[in-house]
Write a protein that binds this ligand. Structure first.
Ligand code: FES
Length: 101
């Protein structure tokens, strides 16, 4: 794999105690699974997708962030993920941030 141009992080709520956090309870795993499959289906091998531990903005969950833009999204959905991938695939600006905007 070559160095990714973009890295999409989806909060997986992982905590040292093993307790499930807000993002996990709000189905962030569905977003992660969708992104992972969609990146493969679209052949976007320059985009990496990873899950994270709790990002400490639980009230905004599910949370996603895209680097290198450092663009954050609150209450993310599969539709949010689709919009991000569409933008990256088409070489357009990312959808506007909905967290830390
Ligand atoms: S569980 Fe996602 S930000 Fe805390």
């Amino acid at each position: 794999m070559s160095k990714p141009s973009h890295h999409i992080f989806v909060c997986g709520s992982f905590r040292p105690t093993g307790a499930a956090g807000v993002c996990h309870k709000k189905e962030s795993v569905s977003i992660l699974q969708h992104l992972t499959l969609e990146v493969q289906d679209r052949g976007l091998d320059h985009i990496m997708v990873s899950s994270t531990g709790c990002m400490n903005v639980c009230d905004s969950g599910p949370v996603m962030v895209v680097y290198p833009e450092n663009t954050w999204y609150r209450q993310a959905t599969v539709a949010t993920a689709e919009a991000i991938l569409d933008s990256l695939e088409e070489g357009k600006d990312l959808p506007p941030p909905t967290l830390f905007a």
